[in-house]
Design a protein around this ligand. Structure first.
Ligand code: F6R
Length: 260
């Protein structure tokens, strides 16, 4: 696991965007795994700017989103369909037929989840999966206790997640209780994982994910099992890391890194 601490949220977002752009420049038909929430907003803004100003091309890209609230249709302002279109898809040249987001309104969730898993495989698997982290250590909506082998499925949100996400809704009781989410096992099959973490409220979850044991109680800790995982943090999210000096040293001594 590579841990990179950036001075600011903006710097972290730019670094993540450059990583995605590098992938698209070598593999224009890459499959990207997308996350929602506050954390990746800066990344999406930089990618949109790169598309507009530098011609970063999404015409052959396919995307799979991590999750969607159950009960919210694509037009609902707080649905992840709406979030993705509003913050990213409508600003770049991605083909609508290449966009996959779990359905929050399917009449058969089990069949939908199986289909979603198959579509990921049929599209060649996910090249780069973008992730955020919940204050309870979740990735996607794999709440504490989720199996580290779990697949795409219906999941009950933790009370703390409902509370965290109530900031996006008018009233806390409007936050859906269920979501469809890729499983931890699904996420671990992506070729590269890039988890972004920002803000002091993530500091303890981030430290547990990186420096604690691999445990279903912090599903983000499953990144320790992945051969190619990167964690990009801002200073506040990194503030509880005990090995901080070492992560900075590794970065400084990375072959090809400028020595100052
Ligand atoms: C959203 C997702 C969630 C969020 C996490 C952090 O697609 O998968 O795991 O990444 O809840 O959310 P923010 O970024 O809003 O703090």
């Amino acid at each position: 696991m590579e841990v990179v601490v950036h001075k600011t949220y903006e710097e972290m977002s730019r670094a993540a965007a450059h990583l995605v752009a590098d992938v698209l420049n070598t593999k224009p038909n890459a499959v990207l795994g997308m996350a929602t929430g506050s954390t990746p907003l800066g990344l999406y803004q930089v990618l949109v700017r790169m598309h507009r100003e530098e011609g970063l091309d999404f015409s052959q890209v396919t995307t799979f989103n991590l999750d969607e609230y159950v009960g919210l249709g694509p037009k609902h302002e707080q649905s992840y369909h709406h979030f993705m279109h509003d913050n990213f898809f409508k600003h770049v040249n991605i083909a609508p037929s290449n966009i996959y987001i779990p359905s929050g309104t399917t009449s058969n969730y089990r069949a939908f989840c199986e289909w979603y898993e198959q579509r990921i495989k049929q599209c060649g698997g996910i090249d780069v999966q973008i992730l955020g982290i919940g204050s309870d250590g979740h990735i996607a909506f794999n709440e504490p206790g989720s199996s580290l082998s779990s697949r795409t499925r219906l999941k009950t949100l933790a009370r703390s997640t409902i509370e965290d996400n109530s900031r996006f809704f008018k009233h806390a009781d409007e936050v859906p209780i269920y979501a469809i989410t890729m499983g931890v096992g699904t996420i671990l099959e992506a070729r590269t994982l890039v988890l972004l973490g920002c803000g002091a409220n993530k500091a303890s979850a981030v430290a547990a994910m990186i420096e604690g044991p691999v445990t279903a109680m912090i599903t983000a800790s499953a990144l320790q099992l992945h051969p190619s995982s990167m964690v990009f943090l801002d200073e506040t999210a990194a503030s509880n890391l005990k090995m901080r000096d070492y992560y900075d040293w590794v970065l400084k001594m990375k072959p090809g890194a400028p020595q100052v």
